[in-house]
Design a protein around this ligand. Structure first.
Ligand SMILES: Cc1cc2nc3c(=O)[nH]c(=O)nc-3n(C[C@H](O)[C@H](O)[C@H](O)COP(=O)(O)OP(=O)(O)OC[C@H]3O[C@@H](n4cnc5c(N)ncnc54)[C@H](O)[C@@H]3O)c2cc1C
Length: 305
């Protein structure tokens, strides 16, 4: 119930305007992002580099309204790519296609993605948004992937269609990031039970490791904070003798920090996604929905001053 309410809130424009004005909400969000500026994120990436942890970076934002806004986002990412190179960081870009103009056209988003792929350090990862966007996201990804090897795609284990999508993607030797899925979806589209989602995730994560070992895919990224599922991927990689530079676990900044430390000490390849930007409201509501107990932390911030 609380999860559905938070996911509903994530799409509500009135709340998106109002809530970020409150100091306690702004303080609470800092748990999941080092700050609103790109420099805040780059500084944190430098610290993580010192601990042997490579990173991903995303500028928060989605569903721009005009081509001009999408253009500005692309220009920001180009400057960011330059800054990453100058800082000599092992940091890759992660982008949402509705931030790059997907609502204004698949062709526009694909062109923007291609432009960024030409300048991106390493792989540029395409996030997967709500189910209405999956076909268009895959179409734009395919267009960009036909021109550039370094374009990865996110798949959501909770969607009924995902195993079929994965099979089809294999024709393109894809880099795939697997997540459980963070949006409010009807049961006709996505699995409703957590146990079903977890089992679908396990099957696909192990399959990705095997396909990587067989040379049928690019980089598999097992993006979850679920220790059991990370363990399943580690076991599959170990049994096949898949070296640590051929796959990775990805986690979000500020989530499962103790687990992140354990993975690094165990020599498991880990990459941490750092977010920045001022349009953090929908993204933050999805983080709260993943663990409704996080709402308690927000309330604590409210009474702590
Ligand atoms: C690198 C990365 C990229 C992502 N990209 C996308 C994307 O493009 N599209 C998309 O739909 N989703 C994306 N997600 C989000 C994903 O779909 C899940 O919603 C999110 O990862 C939580 O699920 P989980 O796999 O960690 O498993 P869960 O079963 O939700 O969580 C496992 C454990 O992790 C901890 N945990 C998980 N979430 C939180 C939290 N918010 N706060 C505190 N503790 C938490 C808890 O201890 C929990 O028990 C991404 C996630 C990662 C790590």
């Amino acid at each position: 119930m609380l999860r559905s309410t938070l996911l509903w809130a994530s799409t509500n424009p009135f709340l998106a305007q109002r809530l970020p004005r409150y100091g306690f909400v702004r303080r609470a969000v800092r748990r999941f992002m080092p700050g609103e500026s790109a420099d805040d994120a780059l500084q944190e990436a430098r610290r993580l580099k010192g601990e042997g942890v490579p990173t991903l970076i995303t500028c928060l934002g989605e569903n721009v309204s005009t081509e001009g806004e999408a253009r500005a986002v692309v220009d920001d990412y180009r400057r960011l790519a330059e800054a990453i190179r100058e800082a000599d960081l092992d940091m890759e870009l992660s982008v949402k296609l509705t931030h790059l103009g997907l609502d204004q056209g698949v062709g526009l988003a694909a062109r923007h993605l291609q432009e960024l792929a030409a300048e991106a350090p390493g792989v540029i990862w395409v996030d997967m948004e709500s189910s209405d966007y999956v076909d268009r996201t895959l179409d734009a990804w395919r267009e960009a992937r036909a021109m550039h090897d370094n374009v990865g795609i996110c798949l959501q284990a909770y969607l009924h269609r995902t195993e079929r999508d994965f099979e089809e993607l294999l024709d393109d030797t894809p880099h795939v990031r697997l997540v459980k899925g963070a949006y409010q979806e009807p049961p006709t589209v996505a699995m409703a039970k957590k146990s079903e989602v977890d089992e679908a995730y396990r099957r696909l994560a192990v399959r990705m490791i095997r396909e990587r070992h067989a040379g049928r895919m690019g980089r598999p990224a097992v993006a979850t904070h679920d220790r059991r599922l990370v363990g399943e991927a580690q076991r599959a990689a170990f049994e096949l003798g898949l070296p640590a530079d051929r796959w990775e676990v990805e986690m979000l900044y500020g989530i499962g920090v103790a687990e992140q430390g354990r993975l690094v000490r165990a020599g498991t390849p880990l990459r941490v996604l750092i977010s920045y930007g001022s349009h953090w409201f929908p993204w933050y509501m999805r983080r709260l929905a993943e663990r409704p107990a996080n709402v308690g932390f927000v309330l604590k911030q409210m009474v702590s001053r």
